[in-house]
Design a protein around this ligand. Structure first.
Ligand code: NDP
Length: 283
């Protein structure tokens, strides 16, 4: 059996099409949803991600601002910028592109974003509320993963799910969403013994490790749904996920490509969160 491809780019287009009506309704009421992205330094990958998000805003009819701060900027200067954005009524969502330069304390900066503008959902208020199933915003990548599963019609309730990776922005929130939907979830990480034996149990396998080729053919149960979150730049310049796509797709049920799988969904969910933030600002 060859897996069906979960085309994140196409599914994201559907998300934008549905958002169009909400954006139009806001504009009729004189509100243009606005997203501010704060980028510190010159990391090329971060620049690409910020540009992509700004472009998505434009295409979806949102206002967007990119705040570029130089690599040596102080914690105070960055905190001041966030405080100004918290008070700016044109801005409904604020994101800080990670990673920040090492001299800056990312944790405290993320906590300084007003929870109602924290459209990445990385602040403790939102992450903590996610544990109790009542966040204002859920991070875009986990939301996008759930949307991909729903699009494919994958039954989450009762499924055995394995998440590889325990980061705060992908692995852990994805595990929480899967638990909330009734999956039985195992979270693996770099200390997991015999990873393949665990991943081979999964009906739903989400891989977010940042290690190209980590998941090979024999590690996936035939017919499983495989969501590859990893984005890795190979020596030849090409992008690859964490899953050996060519082999694994021969036996999986569904699989996401890299690029064109989770990535476009992450951006679409960020835009959706920003529209939601703008809608809430009217109440
Ligand atoms: P982190 O580096 O924060 O976390 C990686 C996780 O993978 C850690 O929990 C780590 O374990 C685990 N891990 C590393 N090596 C192994 C291994 N050999 N076996 C099992 N587990 C392992 O990364 P992120 O969560 O931020 O991102 C993961 C990947 O997803 C990256 O490639 C990133 O670029 C990509 N990404 C893609 C997005 C998208 O939109 N498509 C969005 C965000 C990220 P431990 O905790 O023990 O160190």
């Amino acid at each position: 059996m060859t897996a069906r491809i979960l085309d994140g780019a196409a599914i994201a287009r559907g998300v934008y099409a549905r958002l169009g009506a909400r954006v139009a309704e806001l504009q009729d009421a004189g509100v243009r949803p606005g997203l501010a992205a704060v980028l510190v330094g010159n990391d090329p990958a971060s620049k690409v991600y910020v540009r992509r998000k700004a472009r998505a805003c434009g295409e979806a009819g949102l206002h967007s601002e990119v705040h570029l701060l130089d690599a040596g900027c102080t914690q105070e200067a960055l905190a001041d910028r966030i405080a100004a954005l918290n008070n700016n009524p044109r801005v409904h969502g604020i994101i800080v592109q990670l990673p920040l330069p090492r001299h800056l304390d990312a944790v405290s900066i993320l906590q300084s974003i007003a929870p109602e503008k924290d459209v990445d959902g990385f602040g403790w208020r939102n992450l903590g509320a996610l544990v109790d199933n009542h966040p204002l915003f859920v991070p875009g990548t986990p939301l996008g993963i759930m949307a991909l599963l729903d699009h494919a019609g994958v039954a989450v309730e009762g499924a055995t799910a394995v998440v590889v990776g325990r980061s705060t922005i992908v692995g852990k929130p994805t595990a929480l969403l899967l638990i909330a939907r009734g999956a039985t979830v195992t979270v693996c990480h770099s200390r997991t013994r015999d990873l393949g034996q665990v991943t081979a149990q999964a009906d739903i396998l989400v891989v977010a490790a940042g290690k190209p080729g980590l998941i090979r053919d024999g590690m996936v149960r035939p017919g499983a749904t495989v969501i590859d979150v990893g984005i890795n730049r190979l020596a030849d310049g090409k992008l690859a996920g964490d899953v050996d796509f060519a082999r694994v797709k021969e036996n999986a049920g569904w699989i996401t490509p890299v690029p064109g799988g989770v990535g476009p969904m992450t951006v679409a969910m960020l835009i959706a969160n920003t529209v939601t933030a703008a809608e809430r600002s009217r109440r």
